[in-house]
Design a protein around this ligand. Structure first.
Ligand code: MLT
Length: 392
């Protein structure tokens, strides 16, 4: 046998695995330290009550002969697709249920979608970037080019007509920078994609954190996007599903390449390689979109955004430049004293027992930046803000 040689081009470890290893080693050496983890964007609040009730009810159904379910449509149950259609409808976006695919999260679908695209496509990603977009394309051997996100462009790069791309990744609110595209910016991207016959893979995993109604929470709010974009979303951050696993992908019927509907290709891919999300989880996900569920998750989101505000306030006091934290659970700031981000990571861990994510882990352009999440408890976030204030 021969291995996929492209794997030689990957970093040895996935970013968050490297951080977890470093923190574990530190904890082993300093068991007395109370470490505060604002690194990986993992939620801490429990599931909403209505979600738990739906999960329990569905588990009960699976234990009764009359209501037991086995294999079903791997693309998702109609009840959940309808609920998601309604959620989009409330944003003024119409999606047909045939365009909605239920999966186990945005990370998986963003990776698996690459099966339907040739390896000769030119890929364009922002820098800094969620490492999954890069690593999955490296695994397939695709050519990747980068567009610089920086202080100068507010970490929201716009299309450059001199750069030719076939597959474009956009994430808004952005991971890691927390920056959010306005309608004008997204329209420029849609126009570029239509002109270049490119596809935009739009990661909307953090859309629920947008509180400014003028900002688009879906690329499909932009005219023309149905002809050039696929949207990925997840309940991980929306409803605390990081350990439950459920997400959805919208592939519009208008998206066509060489006479072939991408929707049909994705359906074909999923039918072959995926057996669907469990019935129990899909019932829990359906409850997220109920009136009670939405009210409950909005409370949780408010809680996290209050945390984001505390971190932002500490950085304001220190006079540090940052993005995010307003319509995003991530706060992306310049490392103190212009430190390199891994050095700053070590400095924060060793001196303040505070864990974040070094910007360099998201690409070269992040090397002097650092990301903190708002997903920890209020108590820990207050402590973390105090620790930031104590940095000399
Ligand atoms: C992150 O911290 O960037 C995310 O939690 C990772 C993910 O969602 O896979």
């Amino acid at each position: 046998m021969k291995i996929n040689e492209n794997y030689r081009n990957l970093n040895e470890n996935y970013l968050f695995a490297t951080i977890a290893k470093k923190v574990k080693e530190y904890k082993a050496a300093h068991p007395e330290k109370e470490i505060i983890r604002l690194g990986i964007g993992d939620v801490t609040l429990p599931l909403a009550k209505s979600v738990v009730a739906a999960l329990k009810k569905a588990s009960g159904e699976m234990g009764e002969k009359e209501t037991f379910r086995g294999y079903d449509d791997e693309q998702g149950y109609p009840f959940l697709k309808e609920a998601i259609r309604g959620y989009y409808g409330a944003k003024g976006v119409s999606a047909d249920v045939s365009e909605i695919f239920i999966g186990d999260g945005a990370k998986s679908d963003l990776s698996n979608i690459l099966d339907i695209f040739g390896t000769d496509n030119a890929v364009l990603v922002p820098n800094p970037v969620y490492p999954v977009y890069v690593d999955t394309n490296v695994m397939d051997g695709r050519k990747i080019s980068y567009m610089n996100a920086s202080k100068e462009n507010g970490f929201l790069p716009l299309p450059d007509k001199n750069v030719k791309a076939d597959i474009i990744y956009l994430c808004s609110p952005n991971n890691p920078t927390g920056a959010v595209y306005g309608r004008e910016g997204l329209k420029l991207w849609v126009d570029y994609a239509l002109k270049n016959k490119a596809v935009i893979l739009f990661d909307a995993a953090y859309e629920c954190f947008i509180s400014d109604k003028n900002l688009p929470a879906s690329i499909f709010e932009i005219e023309g996007a149905r002809e050039c974009a696929i949207e990925f979303c997840s309940l991980s951050k929306t409803a605390g599903f990081t350990g439950v696993r459920c997400g959805y992908t919208v592939v519009p019927n208008e998206l066509i390449s060489n006479g072939i509907k991408l929707n049909a290709l994705w359906r074909r891919r999923q039918a072959t390689k995926f057996n669907g999300v469990s019935y129990i989880v899909q019932r829990g996900a359906e409850a997220v979109f109920s009136k009670e569920g939405l009210a409950e998750i909005r409370e949780n989101i408010k809680y996290y955004m209050n945390n984001a505000g505390l971190i932002g306030a500490a950085l304001n006091k220190k006079g540090v430049y940052y993005t995010g934290g307003i319509n995003s659970p991530y706060i992306w700031f310049e490392c103190f004293d212009k430190m390199e981000s891994w050095a700053f990571f070590d400095y924060l861990l060793e001196n303040f027992a505070l864990v974040g994510t070094p910007g360099a882990g998201f690409g070269e352009a992040g090397k002097n930046f650092f990301r903190l999440t708002a997903f920890n408890s209020l108590e820990n976030t207050k402590l973390a803000a105090d620790r930031l204030l104590n940095i000399k």
